[in-house]
Every structure is written in structure tokens, then in C-alpha cells.
Write a protein that binds this ligand. Sequence first.
Ligand SMILES: CC(C)(COP(=O)(O)OP(=O)(O)OC[C@H]1O[C@@H](n2cnc3c(N)ncnc32)[C@H](O)[C@@H]1OP(=O)(O)O)[C@@H](O)C(=O)NCCC(=O)NCCS
Length: 165
Amino acid sequence: MPNYQWRRAVPDDVPHIAEISSIALAGYPEEPAIFHELLALAPGGCFVMEMDGVIVGYLVGHPWMKGRPPALNQTIGTLPERPDCWYLHDLSLLEEARGFGAAREAVQLAAEAARAAGLDDVALVAVNGAGGFWRAQGFEPLEPQAGPDGIASYGDDAIYMERRA
Ligand SMILES: CC(C)(COP(=O)(O)OP(=O)(O)OC[C@H]1O[C@@H](n2cnc3c(N)ncnc32)[C@H](O)[C@@H]1OP(=O)(O)O)[C@@H](O)C(=O)NCCC(=O)NCCS
């Protein structure tokens, strides 16, 4: 088992997060500004995975509203006044960090962050063929509520999903 840990992200981690995103989620490009904003708005929802001291993965999330996934690669401005879910914006690992349960742990971190924020549900948009992974973590597909704008930006195979935190 490799030597790894998840830790809270700090602003200096953003270049690494953006680079991992550009590799692991190449079809869903997001600017570093997106990650800087999320880290500023919800520092308790942003984590990086270090393996032997090198950042090899990240988890980003924040309080949000069910059924209304933010559009890809767009800043959100502020958090909602009355959030009703935790939005798991992204979980991505480099190849060498996959396959030994670190992603499953990250889902637990997201659920803990949700509960710490007083939120009972976690929502996300599954892309990149990751629907099976999210199903294995207890997420179920649902129709987004607020029109197709947000989810449409993720492409045709995007699936909106939720589970209890
Ligand atoms: C999706 C991703 C985070 C999963 O990471 P991982 O290291 O393979 O996941 P883990 O080893 O923690 O696996 C956890 C469990 O999910 C299962 N799993 C992983 N990928 C799966 C898949 N595609 N379909 C079904 N189950 C899957 C594992 O078998 C494991 O099951 P277990 O709990 O019974 O042992 C990783 O593949 C990744 O970073 N992909 C590129 C970025 C990406 O697509 N992110 C998701 C965007 S929505």
C-alpha cells in the first residue's frame, strides 16, 4: 500500500490541482481561478492527496443547492444563503494514485464536510465515465431541477447524482 494522506488544501496547492485536473479530466477543462475561488469560499471542502510528499489528487466541494449544478469552468461568486446540499465539485487522482481506496476515503471526507456544514445530502455531476464509481459510493442518478444549463456544459454523458451525507 503506498504511503499517502489527504490534507486540507491551501492556495499554494492550486497550480497542482489545476494541473491534475488538466491531466485526469482533460475533456473538462477548468481554469485555476475556479479552484482559487472554491478554496476561498469553502476552505473546509478542499483537500489534496499527497503520496510520498507529492500531490497526486484533489477533492473540491462546497455548500450548494440540490438539482442546480454550477456550470463547468464558471465561478460561482458566492455561496447560497440557504444551501440544501454539499456539491462535490470534483474528485480526481493521477493514475498512480488510483485503485487502492483513496477515492473512497475522499468521498467520506466530502460527506464529513457536508455534515459539518449541517447538510444532509451530497450532489455531483458524474462525467468522464465515472458513473460506476459514484454508484459504488452510494450515489443515485436524478434529474437536475433547474433547466439544462449547468449540466449541459458537462457534455452529453453527464449524470446528476445525489446521496445522503
Ligand atoms: C474516479 C476516480 C476518482 C476513482 O478512483 P479510484 O482510486 O479508482 O477509486 P478507489 O480505489 O478509491 O475505489 C473505490 C471503489 O470504487 C470502485 N470503482 C472505482 N472505479 C469504478 C468504476 N469506474 N466503476 C465501478 N466501480 C469503480 C472500486 O472498485 C472500489 O470498490 P470497493 O470499495 O468495493 O473496493 C479515479 O478513477 C479518477 O481520478 N479518475 C479521473 C478523474 C475523474 O473521472 N473523476 C471523476 C469526475 S466526476
